[in-house]
Design a protein around this ligand. Structure first.
Ligand code: ZN
Length: 283
């Protein structure tokens, strides 16, 4: 899942919140996983709002997600009669445009030309896997899905951005696109999808099927089955993390990962982040 400009929503939503008003800040799956991985990571990214150093994985992930978003925005899901090789060409083109837009950030990574070429090619393959999966799952004959939608729960002061929602037909289906190297359903992914399910059930009053689409792989779509007990457990976890993250003192957030000093531009606590512009995070 990708999350952009989170803080844009914060001030308004916070005011509207009733049940959640005793808590200070909105939590997301990224924030919750961040806290569980390392409280200091949470503190630096979510409280101090210090940007993480960009990485090729982050930039490539954003480019691929944007290209998928454009596929639907440009209504390419309604091109059933188009020649398949032409469609592949267009889908690759969507990615290339996003990649070129990121030239400055990519240059700042100081990777070799070969390394950049590899990630460029690797991401194009992901776009083709996306298209193959779309065709295999009869995407052309389905109603338009909802793409990149943020759901809010005021009760839990919780939000999540969903990559794709199919809710015109039953059962409802939500999907997250991953650009990771492995198809493993990690605890973090389970937790992320569980929180999406929790939010979805609050907003739409239906339990969705949960899918994770690993774009690096052919047939990379995996369905995750989470029990109601697991989702109930997540509710408690969210409340527990709210309670543990009320402090604004760094001493309450020890580093457990030993990487925080490397992952954050701590010396460069920029004006942008102080103004509260959201960090771009991918999970
Ligand atoms: Zn840490």
């Amino acid at each position: 899942m990708i999350k952009l400009e989170k803080t844009k929503y914060e001030s308004k939503e916070k005011k509207d919140s009733k049940d959640g008003k005793k808590w200070k800040r909105w939590l997301s799956p990224t924030a919750i996983n961040s806290y569980l991985r390392c409280p200091r990571h949470f503190y630096l990214s979510k409280i101090k709002k210090i940007k993480q150093k960009p990485s090729i994985h982050l930039i490539r992930g954003i480019a691929v997600h944007k290209a998928v978003e454009k596929f639907y925005a440009n209504k390419m899901n309604q091109y059933p009669d188009m020649d398949y090789s032409e469609l592949r060409h267009l889908v690759i083109g969507l990615f290339k445009t996003e990649w070129e837009d990121k030239t400055d950030s990519l240059d700042s990574l100081e990777l070799t030309v070969d390394e950049l070429d590899f990630y460029n090619w690797d991401s194009q393959m992901m776009m083709l896997n996306f298209l193959d999966d779309f065709v295999r799952n009869k995407g052309f004959s389905k109603p338009d899905p909802v793409i990149e939608k943020t759901l809010f729960s005021h009760k839990y002061l919780l939000l999540a951005r969903l990559d794709k929602i199919e809710k015109q037909l039953l059962p409802h289906y939500i999907e997250d696109f991953k650009t990771s190297k492995s198809m493993e359903i990690t605890e973090e992914i389970k937790r992320q999808m569980g929180i999406c399910s929790l939010l979805y059930q609050e907003v739409y009053k239906r339990k969705p099927i949960l899918g994770v689409n690993f774009l690096k792989f052919k047939n990379g779509r995996k369905i995750i089955d989470l029990s109601d007990d697991y989702i109930e457990g997540l509710k408690h976890l969210v409340l527990e993390i709210h309670a543990k993250t009320q402090s604004e003192h760094i001493k309450d957030y020890p580093c457990k990962c030993r990487w925080c000093h490397k992952n954050f531009d701590i010396m460069k606590d920029s004006k942008d982040t102080k103004k509260g512009k959201g960090t771009n995070a991918i999970s």
